[in-house]
Design a protein around this ligand. Sequence first.
Ligand code: HAM
Length: 426
Amino acid sequence: MNMRAPRGTQDILPGTSEKWQYVEQRLIDLSRRYNYKEIRTPIFEHTELFQRGVGDSTDIVQKEMYTFTDRGDRSITLRPEGTASVVRAFVQNKLFGLANQPTKLFYIGPMFRYERPQQGRMRQFVQFGVEALGSNDPAVDAEVMALAMNAYQELGLTSLKLVLNSLGDQESREAHKSALVSHFEPHRDELCSDCQLRLEQNPLRVLDCKKDKDHSAMTTAPSILEYLNDESKSYFKAVQNHLQAMNIDYVIDANLVRGLDYYNHTAFEIMSDAEGFGAITTLSGGGRYNGLVEDIGGPETSGIGFAMSLERLLMALEAEGVKLPIEDSLDCYIVAMGEEAEQEAVRLTQLLRSNGIQTDKDYLQKKMKGQFKSADRLKAKYVIVLGERELEQNAATVKNMASGEQTELPLDEITGYLEQELAGGE
Ligand code: HAM
């Protein structure tokens, strides 16, 4: 019997889950500032969506999907990424008909890929991503990259590199594709079996091969940038002008090929050059996908987006030694001695919690000393002591744990007192 979590998955435990919550909240706030609204789509979809959306010839579709047949004999796949689902939801819910366009959406949620697990590469990972659908303005491309860079910078990362490329429009891509085929054809037999297939299905992906990356034909392969037609060139230039206007540094890498089939024009990745970040240096990636909405059955609509995993983001924060400002203290701990006091502690705990004060008490029948120890361990800011003597006078002692100061107060004044003290201390 295997009672361990499956390979490539992880439990996120208290102590770490606070970091996740903090980061997620910051990403939600950031999305709000850029006016991206949240979308939540199902964790599983019909397999055809990804075959068509992500692309049949991609590693994701060919090797990495968690696909199963459900009890109704349908082929279902756990989503390997978010874009195809967002586009499906955009089409199905006719979001293209809304008055305000582009439709700007963000999502945070688990994605699943059957990959070889290593640091920064999981089989279940959480992506934060944004998609802007319905505008062909290069300023939106720049906005998405600005949002992505800001996400990292605002959390405190500095060792970042934005790598940019253009894959051009259909015409440019076709021209480049033929050039690639003519270039690699004489070397076909020297390439790996995957690349031989790619040469037929999607020659651009040959440039992304890990096995053949040192082959001499790789370094001399024709660059997409030489094959951009005038329209694609001027689009690429406009994107760069916008980035420069926002003071966002970038480097152009003509070999940047994304692992998904839907891209055209802008393609980008953000890398970390922090020491100790690990072998995988890509933090996030994205690009423009102008034909995808149509492929999925919607009207002609352009789109651009990006996604990052929170696992890699947290790894980068660790590698750069960024400390997140996470409070792990407790507002108030109630110490009670005796049966009557215990009863009062139950009542008071509930009252304080209902008034927004984070409160806990003992549930292990500990002695007074043990209860104080618990309060210390939980980093309680205030401890309320309910003893027989205090209770006789309908009162309790409130101790400020930082200053050691103690005040005896009537029970019905405690909530107000703590509210004031806690507000003042912030
Ligand atoms: P992707 O490059 O496949 O693009 O993934 C984007 C990001 O997800 C990666 O840069 C990385 O941060 C994270 N990621 C991918 N696979 C794993 C993994 N196995 N373990 C941990 N993190 C991982 C997409 O998914 C596109 N949907 C991005 C996009 C959105 N393009 C346009 N809109």
